[in-house]
Design a protein around this ligand. Structure first.
Ligand code: ATP
Length: 222
């Protein structure tokens, strides 16, 4: 008897991209990234530090240093990679530009997921060319402690219109769907870490020791 046919065309493996300021990277980012890799069976998840975030003041810590900390944090975990492409582009770091670049590299059939926390989703309608994001990638939203997605209004309608019934459907096409994943809640933020360090307290166990050592060596956030 022949094997049952898959119910959807098999695409090449899914790749994810997780943008952020990573100022600095912490276990909230890293644990979520790893859980997503395993939950969605991503071939790879690229942590992409924003060189010049369009919606906030330029971080005091340089993009190169933030990327160096991401590199240290993911070393030894081949499924997580630091993607420093935004360091190479002058001007504001628009996510749409990075997705277009990634699509050019991955080809039209590769499944690509843009990952973001639900706090980031609240602002998405202010992003440059936000309506086009789904033309280039899927969006995977991480439910984050203390945050809720909008239940009414234009953004809620947009989310509902594109939300997939199950994450398996991400493999049916290369882009265009939204899924929401509830991962282990870790109430850690870079803001809190910067505050701890600025007031001389410890950020140990909130982030990898290698990143803390880098912060100490370069006297950052004090
Ligand atoms: P800040 O406190 O400076 O705003 P942050 O901790 O929110 O920083 P970012 O670099 O701004 O970190 O976030 C990058 C991405 O990671 C965003 O999509 C954000 O929602 C998500 N994220 C940040 N912290 C967590 C966490 N603890 N759990 C899950 N997702 C997170």
């Amino acid at each position: 008897m022949s094997a049952p046919l898959p119910s959807f065309p098999l695409l090449s493996p899914l790749v994810g991209v997780f943008g952020g300021t990573f100022n600095p990277v912490h276990y909230g980012h890293l644990r979520s990234a790893l859980e997503l890799v395993e939950r969605l069976q991503l071939e790879q998840l690229r942590l992409m530090p924003s060189a010049s975030p369009p919606h906030r003041d330029a971080p005091e810590c340089s993009a190169e240093r933030r990327a160096a900390m991401v590199e240290l944090a993911v070393s030894g975990e081949p499924r997580l990679v630091c993607d420093a492409r935004e360091m190479q582009r002058p001007g504001k770091s628009y996510t749409i530009d990075s997705l277009i670049e990634l699509r050019g590299e991955l080809g039209t059939q590769q499944g690509l997921c843009m990952v973001l926390g639900c706090d980031a989703v609240q602002d998405i309608a202010t992003w440059h060319r936000w309506q086009e994001l789904l033309d280039w990638a899927h969006i995977v939203i991480i439910a984050r402690p203390g945050w809720q997605l909008p239940r009414a209004g234009k953004l809620a309608q947009w989310l509902k219109a594109h939300q997939l019934e199950s994450p398996e459907l991400l493999r049916q096409r290369p882009c265009g769907g939204i899924v929401i994943e509830e991962l282990r809640p870790l109430a850690i933020s870079s803001t809190e870490i910067r505050d701890l360090l600025a007031s001389g307290r410890s950020a140990r166990y909130l982030m990898p020791q290698s990143v803390l050592d880098y912060i100490q060596t370069h006297t950052l956030y004090c």
